[in-house]
Unconditional design. Structure first.
Length: 264
């Protein structure tokens, strides 16, 4: 099963903070036999967020969304999600209780400006469910298989694990996947492409890939051909045919003049 990931924040797009979500979510999903199918980076721009979330909701695929669910003027994600679904924002009773607990812990009365500002983080699209936040008690929310998490990795990452174990445990390791790869030298991609096309045509469900690295200069000052990582991927029923496809691909690459080196 594939998940989408939407990472929201001007600070990431502008480079003032380094993204730590992509690598984590890719690894987390793989740990459970799931995979990341799409990653999108978006700014803190409400009209753009509304448009992109409308598209994402219409896709109907499970999606993690990080960032922009705070209570400052540059946080737009909660409002954009509600607008994308044509739903009102509503104070969530359990969310209110969470905020009240935080305010009591910090010594803020319920009529203080700090508490009233904090209470905005309990406003979610009508019908949303909460995602518990063990770090500071201020919940994220889920709606239409979209899981809205804080931008801070220390909060978002445990919350994402909770989502997977709560809603998707029955799907863990249900889809077999196979992968074969090798280093390929002395063969330009123009000679590799026909092999890839032939393998994919002969073995439906088998996907090939070619990832070249830049060539350098050899000892005689001539430009050398790039090293290429060549591989095949399969999932589900197609895994039964990957060994036959792999042997056939290697034979064709060698016949075309390629030099094959096992990857370490």
């Amino acid at each position: 099963m594939s998940f989408h990931l939407i990472i929201i924040g001007d600070e990431i797009l502008h480079g003032s903070r380094q993204d730590k979500h992509f690598a984590f979510f890719k690894s987390l999903l793989a740990q459970y036999g799931l995979q990341l199918g799409l990653v999108q980076y978006l700014p803190d721009d409400r009209p753009l967020l509304v448009a992109q979330l409308q598209r994402s909701f219409s896709d109907g695929l499970p999606t993690f969304v990080t960032g922009g669910i705070g209570a400052t003027p540059d946080d737009h994600t909660r409002q954009a999600a509600a607008q994308a679904l044509n739903l009102p924002l509503q104070l969530h009773p359990e969310g209110i209780a969470n905020i009240e607990a935080v305010s009591r812990q910090r010594g803020d009365t319920f009529d203080s400006s700090a508490h009233r500002q904090r209470l905005r983080m309990a406003e979610f699209p009508a019908g949303a469910d909460l995602i518990p936040n063990a770090y500071n008690g201020i919940a994220g929310f889920s709606i239409c298989e979209h899981y809205f998490l804080p931008g801070f990795p220390i909060m978002a990452h445990p919350m994402a694990e909770w989502v997977l174990n709560t809603y998707y445990a029955a799907l863990f390791h249900q889809t077999p996947r196979s992968h074969r790869a090798i280093w390929l030298f002395d063969l330009p991609e123009s000679h590799i492409a026909p092999v890839m096309e032939a393998i994919e045509k002969r073995y439906p469900g088998i996907h090939s890939y070619s990832l070249p690295t830049e060539g350098g200069m050899d000892d005689d000052g001539r430009i050398s051909l790039a090293r290429v990582e060549f591989g095949l991927k399969a999932e589900g029923a197609a895994c039964a045919h990957i060994d036959a496809a792999w042997e056939e691909a290697l034979q064709q690459l060698q016949a075309a003049g390629g030099r094959l080196v096992l990857m370490k």
